[in-house]
Design a protein around this ligand. Structure first.
Ligand code: MIC
Ligand code: SF4
Length: 702
């Protein structure tokens, strides 16, 4: 772990392997034996007294406080690259296998974070040996390297991490874009590609641009039938899914006192759709109550911004004016009021995902369904977020209410949200409480997915058409969080260091790139439009089981956009050229799946030229040695055609000299365009080395 090298007072952050005086093994054991992480509080990892030293007194926002306490390198100035000391990590099976394979390739005997947790939640269907082999690999590799491992059926990573491991003031890096969910309790939680997580587990810092901070004041109180999902859809309507790279959201306002931690989780979760670095709530009395109910009150600490905190921009939202919202196909920011679009006939309703699967959400669902039946012919699926939630609703009768109403009960996992089951019928309409409605993500290419709150989803389930719950004429159920949640961590495996790492035949070795050649000459293998998501590039659904097998998974790249893409890349390779991708705005939105960079790299892609590239995806491109370029004049996008040969002359010089403006030659058309290579000096060295794995192996040198 690198330490801060300037002369500012050092944060009181312990060596990351254990609590002071407690060997790591004992610490982890104690943590699980008590059913709560009681020993974590003894660690005193966050010393806010030190953080008080950063920024002007009385003017610090939450980001300034937490980042100051974790600053490994760099300057706390918007846009400049900082290295963050990361307290904890999480992975899920979809990206975790590759992440741990990369960790093994780095070769560090034991993770250096204070806490690392692996979850199995994305591919739990086990249709074929591949998923089960991945799960067995994860169980064994985490045992060896000192990582906690949550078994399939225990729940969705973000819901579980919020319940059991979230910690105000800590930093968390997760191999999943919805990691910011833990921002609900004042944790600086960010999503990244699996390779970044691997490097952090090995003791490296996490590098990011110091964000500009958008303060969103949630004022007043929501009306009945309106809930957290409607708030975050309102936020998405306002700030959209484009142009938010480099920003982070901090929530405040008079309405926070009425929002429970799970509701805050819903809001923090969907900041990912806006493309912001993360979202943060203060840790207040509401948070304390939640920690108390999770039997972790000793891990709670208050965290609030200073009264005169400075923000780069402020937006006020009047909660009392919000109505039930819906995101129409095929983007989470395509938001309308439900009453403006109602009466669409619906084939399926799916309730769950890391956005809306908490005890609070499902008790609302049960309250609305009590004594009623879902509309005939409609398929209604409910997936609880965690085993804790499932146990509670089964103990209090809510589950029975759902079953009697005609709902289908799914495992506590991602399931339908990641296209693992519940694909709608051809051309069908699905109303879902999840966070993404990108075309094809549901598993049915021509389905239309609408995103709503649980309240709107149940109103729809009862009527068979998209329905504003306000119009039901029902009394809105009142849901209180329990004073105590039942705690049972028996499905979280403690590392013993004794298991042998087991790999199945579907698990390959992570491919790495070759160093950047002297000349970058690449043929345009595909030209795509605006807002291409990582789901478009590396599709989910049934093919997810090949995530550990890069040669196989690479055959599905751009499957739903242009299925000839892999073939074309192979032909370009035969010509002795690299491949290029040309794209519009917000290229690489959505998931943090590094496969959207790793597989194109495997196919021979060496550069992406776009009008704009999203943060996590840009980092992933760099991590796999692909040069991200953006058009200086977006009009040049129109001039390039698929099949054109492009050339960046003296790419080595460009990377060495930190030239921002680069000349891109269109060899086919005899034209030249100005493009920008907006990456940080460290990232240039990574690209030269042919990716982060090579760079790390070479001790941080190009
Ligand atoms: C998603 O919601 O898109 C996923 C599936 O959770 C991804 C991770 C993955 O692709 O494995 C994410 O959000 O990062
Ligand atoms: Fe799982 Fe869906 Fe959440 Fe991604 S968005 S972590 S797939 S529940």
């Amino acid at each position: 772990m690198h330490q801060k090298d300037d002369d500012v007072q050092k944060p009181a952050i312990d060596p990351p392997t254990s609590a002071p005086g407690i060997p790591r093994r004992t610490f982890l054991k104690g943590m699980l034996a008590t059913g709560a992480m009681t020993s974590l509080s003894a660690m005193g990892v966050l010393d806010l007294r030190w953080a008080e030293a950063a920024g002007s007194p009385g003017e610090r926002n939450l980001y300034q406080k937490i980042i100051a306490a974790h600053l490994g390198s760099g300057e706390m100035k918007a846009g400049s690259e900082i290295g963050l000391i990361v307290d904890s990590t999480l992975t899920q099976d979809g990206l975790g296998v590759m992440s741990y394979l990369q960790y093994e390739a780095i070769g560090i005997p034991r993770v250096k974070t204070k806490l690392s947790v692996s979850y199995v939640d994305h591919q739990t269907l086990q249709d074929g040996f591949e998923n089960a082999d991945d799960h067995r690999y994860l169980d064994s590799v985490t045992d060896k390297y000192g990582i906690l491992h949550s078994l399939p059926g225990n729940g969705i990573c973000h819901q579980l991490h919020l319940e059991r491991f979230s910690q105000p003031g800590w930093t968390l890096l997760g191999g999943d874009s919805h990691t910011p969910t833990c921002g609900a309790v004042g944790m600086l939680a960010m999503g990244a590609g699996g390779l970044d997580v691997a490097v952090v587990m090995g003791g490296g810092q996490f590098y990011l641009s110091y964000p500009k901070v958008l303060r969103i004041n949630l004022n007043n109180k929501l009306r009945p039938w309106v809930s957290a999902k409607d708030i975050v859809l309102e936020v998405l309507r306002t700030i959209t899914t484009k142009g938010n790279v480099g920003w982070a959201i901090e929530y405040g306002g008079t309405g926070l006192q009425y929002l429970t931690v799970p509701e805050r989780g819903t809001i923090a979760n969907m900041g990912a759709e806006a493309g912001v670095t993360t979202s943060l709530f203060p840790s207040d009395e509401v948070t304390r109550q939640y920690f108390k109910a999770q039997h972790r009150e000793d891990q709670w600490s208050e965290l609030k911004p200073d009264a005169g905190a400075h923000y780069d921009k402020t937006i006020d939202i009047d909660l009392s004016a919000i109505e039930p919202n819906v995101a129409l196909p095929h983007s989470p920011d395509n938001v309308k009021k439900v009453r403006e679009v109602q009466s669409i006939k619906v084939d399926q309703v799916c309730i769950g995902s890391c956005t809306n699967s908490s005890y609070y959400d499902l008790m609302m669902v049960a309250g609305m369904l009590k004594g009623r039946k879902v509309h005939p012919g409609l398929s209604v699926a409910i997936a609880p977020g965690s085993r804790q939630v499932l146990e509670m609703i089964s103990a209090n009768g809510a589950l029975q209410t759902m079953i009697s109403a005609g709902c289908r009960i799914m495992e506590a996992a991602c399931g339908f949200c990641v296209g693992a089951g519940q694909a709608p019928p051809s051309g069908g309409v699905s109303v879902r409480t999840s966070n993404r409605n990108y075309k094809g993500r549901s598993g049915t290419a021509d389905a239309n997915v609408y995103l709503t709150s649980p309240e709107t989803a149940v109103a729809t389930a009862l009527t068979g058409v998209l329905t504003d719950p306000v119009t039901l004429g029902m009394v809105c159920p009142r849901v209180e969080l329990p004073a105590s949640f039942p705690i049972d961590d028996s499905m979280i495996m403690k590392p013993t260091g004794k298991k042998e790492v087991r790999r199945g035949p579907n698990i390959g070795t992570p491919p790495s790139n070759t160093p950047m050649p002297a000349e970058l000459k690449a043929k345009v293998a595909i030209k795509v439009g605006d807002k291409i998501t990582t789901d478009h590039i590396a599709p989910s659904g049934t093919v997810n089981k090949y995530r550990s097998n890069i040669p196989k998974y690479s055959t599905f790249i751009f499957k739903n956009v242009d299925e000839k893409f892999p073939e074309r890349c192979a032909a370009i390779k035969k010509e002795g050229l690299a491949s290029a991708i040309v794209a519009g705005v917000s290229y690489g939105q959505g998931s943090s799946r590094e496969h959207a960079a790793l597989c194109p790299m495997y196919l021979g892609v060496r550069t992406v030229i776009a009008k704009g590239i999203e943060r996590i995806h840009l980092d992933n491109l760099v991590n796999f040695g692909i040069v991200p370029l953006t058009f200086a004049d977006p009009a040049d996008y129109d001039k390039i055609k698929a099949g054109d040969v492009l050339e960046v002359e003296d790419i080595q010089g460009v990377l060495d000299k930190e030239t921002k403006e680069v000349r891109l030659k269109n060899v086919t058309q005899g034209a030249t365009y100005a493009v920008k290579c907006e990456v940080k000096p460290r990232q240039r060295a990574i690209i030269k080395a042919g990716g982060l794995l090579n760079y790390t192996r070479q001790g941080g040198k190009a």
